[in-house]
Design a protein around this ligand. Structure first.
Ligand code: GAL
Length: 399
């Protein structure tokens, strides 16, 4: 009798510790104090990845200045896995990764970077490969053994699954390995993850897949840059250090985006304190696009430790003024998604920039983040020409 009670309590204890549903338990803290930065293979290579390509990208991140600018994670996306073996262990595609994933992670670590991988909360990934459903703990152990630092978990083939339960399960599985692994929730905003994601993952997608176009819906879930900004804009109350809205990986340098559109895309991701995961083929990046990715002044706005997601302050239809409170001032972005250029005069004198709430009694220097030029002080009006689909981005720093 005594023995069976003991066994029962042990079983209950186990069940309650492994079934911590939902919030309450923290994911590894300190992993995403500022929005995560890195590179991911999907937006340029999709399923066409292999270890040679990925290593070339790793080498470039080190040599082209991106590592120094803060890009830290090297993430492979879907299509690295092919099946499960007789014990249920995930099997790597040997044709693409003949040396195995651990060797690749070791290579990434040897360059002073971190390594990320992709799975799906459903039975199959979006490209049809085995997902983690029913194998969460087993997969988490495998990732930890390989030295994974970042896990993106998708949401295909998840019919009938509860999102909060599914992602909490993976959080617990990752935590049980003892290896700090950042959890990136990728359920496209379907179950309003901003409402429950804090405490489950470190970032959550807020929209369907980003397309390399400024405007226009391209396929079922895909959206242009302007539309994604609209969807992510009002979610600012939910973001902060350790838990970020994720308007998806960068398309800078991809598709049809013009120079101004690439700059706008990057600037607005920085204004929204979004994760900055580049998604272009760095072997072919143009000088202009690399300069955009390397703009340390824009990156510093994204990475400001306050973790304030910028928001719309003025809305003149297609023309908007956005503000982001910073530790020592404010970032101000004149954003023109309209089809003609915008000549705008704004008086900075006495201006508190609304939700950014700076003290207008203080003196601030006004600096143009793209021209890399100090313009003057906050004691007068400034006039800007903002090109169609373009931005003028400023930083006001307390003197
Ligand atoms: C989508 C996801 C993309 C990419 C793709 C891989 O669901 O949003 O970012 O990971 O799956 O199949």
């Amino acid at each position: 009798m005594k023995r069976s009670i003991l066994l029962l309590s042990a079983a209950l204890l186990l069940a309650s510790s492994s079934m911590s549903y939902g919030q309450g338990k923290e994911p590894y803290t300190g992993l995403a104090a500022t929005p995560p930065m890195g590179w991911n293979s999907w937006n340029c290579f999709a399923g066409d990845i292999n270890e040679t390509k990925v290593k070339e990208i790793v080498d470039l991140i080190v040599s082209n200045g991106m590592k120094d600018a803060g890009y830290e994670y090297l993430n492979i996306d879907d299509c690295w896995q092919v099946s499960r073996d007789e014990n249920g262990k995930i099997v790597v595609d040997e044709k693409k990764f003949p040396s195995g994933i651990k060797a690749l992670a070791d290579y990434v670590h040897s360059k002073g970077l971190k390594f990320g991988i992709y799975t799906c909360a459903g039975k199959k990934t979006c490209a049809g490969w085995p997902g983690s459903r029913g194998h969460e703990y087993q997969d988490a152990i495998t990732y930890a053994q390989w030295g994974v630092d970042f896990l993106k978990e998708d949401w295909c083939s998840s019919e009938g699954q509860d999102a909060l339960y599914s992602y909490s399960l993976m959080r617990d599985a990752l935590q049980a390995t003892g290896r700090p692994i950042l959890l990136s929730i990728c359920e496209w905003g379907s179950n309003e993850p901003w409402k429950w994601g804090n405490g489950v993952g470190h970032m959550w997608r807020t929209t369907g897949d980003i397309m390399p176009f400024f405007v226009g819906t391209v396929y079922w879930g895909g959206q242009g840059i302007a539309e994604i900004i609209e969807k992510n804009a009002d979610l600012y109350p939910y973001a902060g250090p350790g838990h970020w809205n994720d308007p998806d990986m960068l398309q800078v340098g991809n598709g049809n985006l013009t120079y101004d559109e690439n700059k706008t895309h990057f600037s607005m991701w920085c204004m929204m304190a979004a994760p900055l995961l580049a998604g272009n083929d760095l072997r072919k990046v143009s000088k202009e696009n690399l300069e955009i990715l390397l703009n340390k002044e824009a990156i510093a706005i994204d990475q400001d430790p306050l973790g304030f997601q910028g928001r719309r302050y003025y809305d003149y239809g297609d023309r908007e003024i956005w503000v982001k409170r910073l530790t020592d001032g404010v970032a101000v972005c004149f954003y023109n998604r309209g089809e003609s250029s915008w000549k705008v005069t704004h008086n900075f004198k006495g201006e508190s920039f609304g939700p950014a709430a700076i003290n207008p009694g203080n003196t601030y220097t006004v600096r143009d983040v793209w021209a890399h030029k100090d313009l003057g002080l906050n004691d007068r009006s400034y006039t800007f020409d903002v090109p169609s689909h373009g931005v003028v981005m400023l930083r006001l720093t307390k003197k």
